[in-house]
Design a protein around this ligand. Structure first.
Ligand SMILES: *Cc1c(COP(=O)(O)O)cnc(C)c1O
Length: 341
């Protein structure tokens, strides 16, 4: 198959329309059979529930080419399950897991010419989402929905090496203790936009959010979970009901234990103890891990011993092992690599 004429190394993280997307509509209590379409636009009534009350959830995963030339995705079953959890919390119908995976297969195959070649560092980002589509003005859930999945090629996350970033402790909260922080919904991002624009204006790359109830415990950033490494090489990730359960973070904790023989623990992490860690990273699908070099808490600077030049040694090992598994250089745990065929 002929690849599109794209300079893969120059791609950033921006939407670029591809040929086909998958659409399925829910009406009268059932999903229709679903189709691939060339139409990238959606026409909805002005009063559609998504526009009025933001009834929407989404997912993010990527397709890429392994060393031996297969097109694969990483643990799409977990994206399917997480989207079912998000839909249930927002009173939306669940899109069945087998159908989600079938849609991934269809949409990636239909856009195979946009899947970047091995070694380019680029990937084909897949964005599944679901929204309430019928008119709703009195506050209640919609009863018609659309599930959609489009793709867009994106560039290597780190151009010229992974440079540690600087983050700040945010005065804004991301998620309430019994709210929606644990689901992947656009509404959690709408309210984070002001905080991230403000952080960038102040010269920071990201916000570290604390637990909203006590503001003493570390939660996550706007779109990535934390992992920390203690001075005696233990991997620690914050435990909280209001953190989004990152698939990358769950995979890294498994890799730490089962591949690297490290102790790995999910537990509450206080802001107070952050100064005692040796390494810190942000994990998510886009970057796998972004190393954090500095955390600023209202003028008080916490410099991670790993510094501002390179990833810390343990985070580097975690990064190399997980990307090795993803790229087919290291034997994966059963079910982690889904081949598109
Ligand atoms: C998507 C997301 C993550 C990262 O999850 P992955 O499954 O690893 O991509 C972390 N935090 C939030 C708030 C997210 O929306």
């Amino acid at each position: 198959m002929e690849k599109k004429d794209i300079d893969w190394s120059k791609l950033g993280f921006a939407y670029q329309q591809t040929d086909m997307r998958y659409v399925s509509n829910y009406k009268d209590g059932a999903w229709d059979e679903g189709v691939l379409t060339a139409d990238a636009n959606i026409t909805l009534n002005e009063c559609a529930c998504i526009f009025q009350y933001c009834q929407e959830c989404f997912e993010g995963l990527k397709a890429y080419t392994t060393e031996d030339g297969r097109i694969v995705t990483f643990r799409p079953d977990l994206n399917a399950e997480r989207m079912m959890d998000s839909a249930a919390r927002l009173e939306m119908p669940q899109f069945p897991k087998e159908r989600f995976i079938d849609a991934v297969n269809q949409v990636v195959k239909a856009n195979a010419a946009y899947v970047p070649p091995f070694g380019s560092g680029a990937t084909l980002y897949i964005r599944p989402y679901m929204m309430g589509t019928n008119p709703v003005i009195g506050v209640k859930p919609a009863d018609e929905f659309q599930f959609r999945m489009f793709t867009t090629p994106v560039g290597p996350y780190f151009k010229g090496g992974a440079k540690p970033i600087t983050i700040r402790v945010s005065d804004f909260d991301r998620a309430a203790p019994h709210g929606t922080g644990h689901i992947k919904a656009g509404l959690n991002y709408a309210m984070s936009l002001h905080a991230i624009v403000d952080a960038h204006q102040q010269g920071y790359d990201e916000n570290m959010y604390l637990d909203a109830a006590t503001r003493t415990k570390v939660e996550e950033t706007g779109g990535a979970n934390f992992i920390f490494v203690t001075k005696d090489n233990k991997v620690v990730t914050p435990k909280s009901r209001s953190i989004l359960p990152s698939i990358t973070r769950r995979s890294l904790m498994y890799v730490a234990k089962e591949y690297l023989g490290l102790e790995a623990e999910e537990r509450e992490v206080t802001l107070e103890e952050v100064k005692d860690f040796a390494e810190c990273g942000l994990c998510g699908t886009a970057a796998v891990i972004s190393p954090v070099g500095k955390i600023v808490d209202h003028g008080k600077e916490i410099l991670l011993p790993s510094g501002m030049d390179d990833m810390g040694p343990v985070i580097k090992k975690l990064y190399d092992t997980l990307t090795g598994i993803q790229m087919g250089r290291i034997e994966p745990p059963k079910g982690w690599i889904h081949v598109i065929e």
